[in-house]
Design a protein around this ligand. Sequence first.
Ligand code: C2E
Ligand code: SIN
Ligand code: SIN
Ligand code: FE
Ligand code: FE
Length: 369
Amino acid sequence: MTETEKLRNRLNLLLQFGEVVYKETRLGKLLELIAAQLKKALDCDRCTVFILDKKTDELWSKVAQGIQDSEIRMPSGKGIAGEVATKDRIINIGDAYGSPQFNREIDLITGYRTRSILAVPLKDAGGNIMGVFEAMNKNAGPFDSDDEGVLQLISSIAASAIENARLYERLYQAQLETIYRLAMTAEYRDQEDTAVHLKHVSAYTALIAEGMGLSEQEIENIRSASPLHDIGKVGIPDAILLKPAKLSETEYAEMKKHAGYGGKILSDAASDLLRIACEIAESHHEKFDGTGYPAGLKGEQIPLYARIMAVADVFDALCMPRVYKQAWPPEKAREFIVSESGKAFDPEVVKGFERMYHEIIKVAAGNKQ
Ligand code: C2E
Ligand code: SIN
Ligand code: SIN
Ligand code: FE
Ligand code: FE
């Protein structure tokens, strides 16, 4: 390859890198992506992105090919990565084992043999060190000054993507916390019971969605939005909501308004999550055969998330004691769900429920007492 071709190649890789990396907002996935792209750009065997954990003063990494999904942690002053992080400088060495700074512990864990190593600091927009980029074992010869330049460039793009992902995660966490707190206020009968019910329906809906083969994004959507399904119960008078007995016909009619109230409370939201929560709140008591409330929607007229919610909600309501009824044994609740396939429930959702029943029952058993 001529020098010009090489340059053009690298430029292309850099352009691609920015495009690919900015789309990913999940930190773990982002780090994997960055490492994979780096490997390509530098024609090397392995890349590690270390993130500085200021609380514990450690450098941690999830991206260690070979030992999948495990996390590496080391004190922030240790090894070549530590030197780069504390001294804010680039280190480029051809023979790692000949360097007194090299920390062999990680090689010992991974069974990997590091030869050449190029490490640069990862800095945020304010110039603060966020972590370290390491490229290991270049395929042909040691890393050169071109490689250093590429790694520095990529590192600054990656740093802003990482900051972005962290910000996004923090916002998402704040949103989830708000959702839980909001949902808790709606059903204040027994705070502990409510918390358990919310955790259960959150886990059940996610498991059912998984059993139906929905995407990761859809699974997370319903996991996060489902706790709000009964938010409309804030509008139901205590005398009805807290009644420790069967409801009269008029009381039950009043109670059923909670679905419409929930839909109103959550209507016209700007966030995707609240829009999904709105569908769920409004339609979780619709039945597949059209005999539910409030609108009597039928089949696929009922939003998919609400069809999933219905199964999770009824299963948990049956398995838990209520002021007006005893808890059912899970096996009986399962039979009920299956017997309502095609009537109250979407058969595809029931199939998803059946497929994941083993996991669902673990959640149910975990928090009962
Ligand atoms: P929930 O207790 O969370 O129950 C949710 C859904 O689970 C119910 O929706 C119903 O479809 C199902 N479910 C709950 N318990 C039973 C049961 O013993 N047998 C059967 N076959 N299904 C059951 P539904 O009926 O639309 O009720 C909505 C909400 O109204 C309930 O939420 C609960 O808060 C309240 N509610 C319903 N009936 C009574 C009652 O007799 N007394 C009181 N105090 N509240 C009631
Ligand atoms: C080091 O930074 O000293 C070694 C880290 C590694 O092997 O990944
Ligand atoms: C689907 O609803 O996408 C398929 C569910 C199934 O295989 O049961
Ligand atoms: Fe409800
Ligand atoms: Fe519920």
